[in-house]
Design a protein around this ligand. Structure first.
Ligand code: AP5
Ligand code: ZN
Length: 208
């Protein structure tokens, strides 16, 4: 199963991806997690990406595309993957299609987790993220339930940056909904319900 997750920042892409990984053993390729890891170790990529991320803007396509290519070629992605946070604009979607075609692979579904902006602002302002493994949970969870790491508030989960990320989503990423509808692989789920209810629908949509 090869899946792309679509949805606004805070829609619950990472949360649903974690559950799909646990059940189906897919490789979780989150460009946000990969970029935050690069920032943490202050690699060349991290140094280039940090200012864009802090401002809520997209990191230049080529930097992100290189990261994704490398992950798609890794062993753990050969039996299936979930792309979370990629593609983010039409240029990235077109590149993904040609990279997969060159590998004689294809996407089975583009799953849109749909949530309204007012819910998003609330969720992101109270989100905590694991410094070690990227696991996310609402505020109040101080120790990562998965790895025991420290939970912290992401720099871009501050109100001004959240609004900027929502604007970027509307103008650059939302057009991908029509892109994937045009490829007949779009599936949609109402993400404004309890996590397990959303997941029950996600599962049904992906396995039928
Ligand atoms: P990225 O890390 O991808 O951030 P994002 O898309 O903004 O998505 P989030 O991680 O914020 O949200 P999510 O949908 O995964 O929600 P989550 O499950 O955590 O990107 C960060 C930055 O990196 C970008 O701004 C950009 O600069 C750069 N970048 C990344 N990819 C790029 C690319 N391809 N090209 C260029 N630049 C790129 O849930 C949110 C919260 O809600 C959590 O607290 C969770 O516990 C809670 N929650 C989840 N589901 C529910 C539910 N059903 N009910 C109640 N609460 C819920
Ligand atoms: Zn963790």
């Amino acid at each position: 199963m090869n899946i792309v997750l679509l949805g606004a920042p805070g829609a619950g892409k990472g949360t649903q991806a974690q559950k799909l990984v646990e059940e189906f053993g897919l490789a979780h390729i989150s460009t946000g997690d990969l970029l935050r890891a690069a920032v943490k170790v202050q690699s060349e990529l991290g140094l280039q990406a940090k200012a864009y991320m802090d401002a809520g803007k997209l990191v230049p396509d080529q930097l992100v595309i290189n990261l994704v290519k490398e992950r798609l070629e890794a062993d753990d992605a050969q039996s299936g993957f979930i792309l979370d946070g990629f593609p983010r604009n039409t240029a990235q979607a077109v590149t993904l299609d040609s990279e997969l075609a060159a590998m004689e692979r294809n996407l089975d579904a583009a799953l849109l987790v749909d949530v309204k902006p007012d819910v998003i602002v609330k969720r992101l302002s109270s989100r905590r993220t694991c410094r070690s493994c990227g696991y996310t949970a609402p505020a109040g969870v101080d120790v990562c339930p998965r790895c025991g790491g420290e939970m912290y508030q992401r720099d871009d989960d501050k109100p001004e940056t959240i609004q900027k990320r929502l604007d970027v989503y509307q103008t650059q990423t939302a057009p991908l909904i029509e892109y994937y509808r045009g490829h007949s692989i779009l599936k949609e789920v109402d993400g404004d319900r309890p996590v397990d209810e959303v997941y029950a629908d996600v599962r049904a949509l992906l396995t039928k």
